[in-house]
Structure formats: structure tokens, C-alpha cells
Design a protein around this ligand. Structure first.
Ligand code: NAD
Length: 267
């Protein structure tokens, strides 16, 4: 039996680990060819890439473009075009975080964060939009965050950049509204990846406690006081949203914030 993304090709930025790799595996399971991107250990990246091919029988390539560098972003899309002949699905997922009080927020970090979290998405969209419009089919998904809607102390750069991702998502969705190209954002709550691991480390250190002992306390600050849901969101739960957005059933989703946060933002 055919899979619904057989013959389609996706570029997923920041997909060498965490949520991005989750998207890659979920789309590959539906038959989609994948371009992986991101930093990391070369042997681990190679093993993630070949696992996609072996587990799902799809073509998977890797491009190490640095999302702070416009030329490399262009080269990454060109590499996908060369390998697959097209890009049907673009997931802008690479991201960085830095915590500092507003008055001490370093400009270089702010600029890097906007380059990776926002500008790289804008550039990648610019590169793929003409061909998506020409085929009248495309799926653009931006990984935003609960920080696209709310904030917490010392996250000015991240919050501002993720609000900008949401704005970009809405603008692109409106400009493509008369086409078969959709653009949406997925807004995860706390998923246990390299990204959040660092934050949990700091949270534990600040309290002089062992990391695993403070997990409940860490989650409690984010989730409503609903004991049953005191857990991390899984990569698979996030990736399933991307699969839905790529399906025909997702065609009417336009400029939406697909929030999956265990109720964090409804408080
Ligand atoms: P992660 O650290 O596992 O993944 C981040 C990915 O981005 C990695 O592949 C990394 O190599 C890549 N990356 C970072 N800088 C890059 C650059 N300059 N060029 C190319 N690639 C780069 O963490 P994750 O949690 O999977 O993060 C993925 C996305 O999810 C990010 O946009 C993050 O903001 C968002 N997010 C994460 C959480 C969470 O709780 N983990 C919550 C909300 C949103």
C-alpha cells in the first residue's frame, strides 16, 4: 500500500537531534525523502541519516548549512533540488536559546538568535516558495514555541524571535492563501531535548539539587496544577502534528499556531 508522502521531498533544518529528527522520522515513515541539516557528531549524523533510509526505504541526505549564513541556506536548498528535483515540504526548525536579563543581553547573541530562529526561515521560504507555487502544492512549517505567545523572565531574545516566527508564519500564510501552499507554526511546550536539557541543568544548579529530583518542580512552573499532566511533551507528539499538516486534511490550516504544551498557555 502506498504511503501518503511517497514521491514528496522535505528539507528540515536543525534535524540532527530532538524535534527536527522526530519530524524527519515521522515524515520518512510516510514515504517522504528527507534532507537533514544541523550540527553534531559526524558519525551520529551519518547513523541518523542511514537509519531513515534503512527503516523507511526513503532517500535521505545531509547538508551542514549554518543557519546564520545566507549563502549556506541557499546551498542547502540547491542540494535538495539536485538530489530530489524539488522541495515539497520545508520545516524551519533550527533554533537557539540564550537566557540573560534584558539589560545584559549580548547584542551578538541577539543577532545570532534572530539569524537562526527567524531570518533563516525567511530565506529558506524565499528559496522554495516559487517552485511550491508553480506546482500549487507545498507545506511550510515553522517550529515556533509557547514563547510565541507568552514569555518568562530572562528570555527576551528567544521570546522576541519566536513571536517574530509567528508573525512570519501568518504573513506567508496570507500571501499564499489562494494557493495550495500552506504555512503554519507548531508551538511546543517543554520537550526533553538537548535544548531543554541545558535549562534543566541550570534550574537544578540554581537550587543546589540533583537534576532528576527537581524534574517535577521544573515542570510544575510551566504546566497548570494538574498532577496527571506533569510530564514532558514527546518528540513524537510534536512530529505527529507535522504529519497532519502535511496531509490533505491539513489543507485548511493557514497561519495557525498549533500549540502542543500540556496546557501551559491556558493558565
Ligand atoms: P535540539 O538542540 O535537539 O535541536 C536544535 C537543532 O538546531 C539541532 O539540530 C542543532 O544542530 C540545530 N542548530 C542550532 N543552531 C544551528 C545553526 N546555526 N545552523 C544549523 N542548525 C543549527 O533542540 P530541540 O528542542 O529539538 O529544538 C528544535 C526547535 O524546537 C527549536 O527551534 C526550538 O526553539 C524549538 N522548541 C523547543 C522546545 C523544547 O522544549 N525542546 C520548546 C519549544 C520550541
Amino acid at each position: 500500500m502506498g504511503r501518503f508522502l511517497d514521491g514528496k521531498a522535505a528539507v528540515i533544518t536543525g534535524s540532527t537531534s530532538g524535534i527536527g529528527l522526530g519530524y524527519a522520522r515521522a515524515l520518512a515513515a510516510e514515504g517522504c525523502a528527507i534532507l537533514l541539516n544541523g550540527f553534531g557528531d559526524a558519525a551520529e549524523i551519518q547513523s541518523s541519516r542511514s537509519a531513515l533510509e534503512n527503516d523507511f526505504g526513503v532517500t535521505a541526505i545531509y547538508h551542514g548549512a549554518d543557519m546564520r549564513k545566507p549563502d549556506e541556506i541557499k546551498a542547502m536548498i540547491d542540494a535538495a533540488d539536485d538530489a530530489f528535483g524539488k522541495v515539497d515540504i520545508l520545516i524551519n526548525n533550527a533554533g537557539m536559546q540564550h537566557r540573560a536579563p534584558m539589560e545584559a543581553f549580548p547584542l551578538e547573541v541577539w543577532n545570532d538568535m534572530f539569524a537562526v530562529n527567524v531570518t533563516s526561515a525567511m530565506l529558506a521560504i524565499q528559496h522554495v516558495l516559487p517552485q511550491m507555487k508553480a506546482r500549487d502544492w507545498g507545506r511550510i512549517i515553522n517550529t515556533a514555541s509557547v514563547n510565541s505567545q507568552i514569555t518568562s523572565p530572562n528570555t527576551s531574545g528567544y521570546t522576541a524571535s519566536k513571536h517574530a516566527v509567528m508573525g512570519l508564519t501568518k504573513a506567508v500564510a496570507l500571501e499564499t492563501i489562494m494557493t495550495g501552499v500552506t504555512c503554519n507554526a507548531i508551538c511546543p511546550g517543554t520537550v526533553r531535548t538537548n535544548f531543554s536539557e541545558h535549562r534543566i541543568d541550570t534550574f537544578a544548579k540554581e537550587r543546589g539539587r540533583d537534576k532528576e529530583e527537581i524534574i517535577d518542580q521544573f515542570l510544575e512552573q510551566k504546566m497548570p496544577y494538574h498532577q496527571a499532566f506533569k510530564r514532558f511533551i514527546t518528540v513524537e507528539e510534536i512530529a505527529a502534528a507535522a504529519v497532519y499538516l502535511c496531509s490533505d486534511a491539513g489543507a485548511a490550516m493557514r497561519g495557525a499556531a498549533f500549540t502542543i504544551d500540556g496546557g501551559w498557555t491556558i493558565r
